[in-house]
Design a protein around this ligand. Structure first.
Ligand code: CDP
Length: 310
């Protein structure tokens, strides 16, 4: 039997309008807080060891290692001949990264003119193979160093890569020579899709490097935020990337994180900068995540860009 308190959370989130008011009150005021930055880097390295663990590597996942899927119970993959050789040797990033930009896909980016700002970062992370075509350049920029690809996108947008590999490989050119970060060991059906994406890229000598997200890292990051009060079945991709950035970068700026139905001018706003397809409400807890990020912004640990860029 479903009790009301399972359906309605006991805590109350502020209304969209209250969040708008709060963000406007804060305005452009922001002061970097090195103590906060150091603290979060320390907390994240203690819980989750991002530098060593964010990707599946030959070093952290030798032959025979059991990788437990973080998105479902009692499923695992034992590293074998076929998978081991697809793993990078070790963490390929040059650490520490300096200025990082983490770009969410929120509709707040539309007409933001943040493209130039974003492109000036040293390391740019994006979520879920977002469109970077000309019409968006001014708002979201063109450069990418790491982009996530959920296997479900491969399924929906590229018909499981059964016959449309060229469309996939061509569309990946938008991300230059970046890392493509796929949660290959999170949900069972994602493994084959991720391997197929890997082979599609390697067969065509693509410039992209595939990194498989380490399910152990995803699980520990999930626990970290749970202990900070994020009540989601699964964290959003954006929060995983912000956590990675807080662990690896000297400075973190976020763009496109705004999971609300109105903009700062109180006008309706689309969910994404490129469409208005809404997420599954019970799966993610984006507004709750936003409040966590907003707290980090106010305390100077990262900088959130919500409005227009100068
Ligand atoms: O697949 P998922 O729902 O996680 O992400 P998405 O819709 O492709 O957007 C990428 C990320 O941007 C999300 O994971 C959120 O962290 C963030 N986002 C946001 O904060 N506000 C929005 N309106 C849309 C996305």
């Amino acid at each position: 039997v479903l009790c009301w308190f399972y359906v309605y959370p006991a805590y109350r989130l502020p209304r969209d309008k209250d969040i708008v008011d709060e963000v406007l009150r804060q305005g452009d005021a922001w002061t970097k807080n090195q103590t906060g930055i150091d603290l979060y880097r320390k907390l994240l390295s203690e819980c989750c060891d991002p530098g060593r663990m964010f990707a599946v590597t030959k070093e952290n996942s030798p032959m025979g290692k059991v990788l437990w899927y973080d998105g479902e119970f009692y499923h695992s993959h034992t590293v074998n001949n076929e998978t081991y050789r697809l793993f990078v040797q070790d963490n390929p990033l040059q650490l520490p990264l300096k200025k990082c930009a983490v770009v969410g896909n929120g509709g707040i980016l539309r007409h933001s003119k943040c493209g130039r700002d974003i492109d000036q970062a040293d390391f740019i992370m994006r979520c879920n193979l977002p469109p970077l075509s000309k019409e968006y350049t001014e708002d979201v920029g063109t450069r990418t160093h790491l982009v996530t690809a959920n296997p479900s996108i491969i399924e929906k947008r590229f018909q499981n890569l059964l016959w449309s590999r060229k469309a996939f490989v061509d569309s990946m050119k938008a991300y230059g020579s970046s890392y493509i970060y796929m949660p290959a060991f999170s949900m069972k059906p994602g493994t084959d899709l991720s391997l197929r994406a890997y082979y599609s890229l390697s067969d065509t000598s693509s410039n992209l490097t595939m990194l498989f997200a380490n399910p152990e890292f995803l699980r520990t990051v999930g626990k970290f935020w749970k202990s900070h009060g994020v009540h989601a079945k699964r964290l959003s991709t954006g929060l995983f990337l912000v956590s990675l950035a807080l662990g690896l970068c000297e400075e973190v700026t976020t763009y496109g994180f705004w999971p609300f139905s109105m903009g700062l001018n109180e006008q309706p706003i689309s969910h994404h900068y490129y469409d208005n397809i809404l997420p599954d409400k019970w799966f993610h807890a984006m507004p709750e995540e936003f409040l966590q990020l907003w707290h980090l912004h106010k305390t100077g640990t990262l900088r959130m860009h919500v409005g227009h860029c100068p």
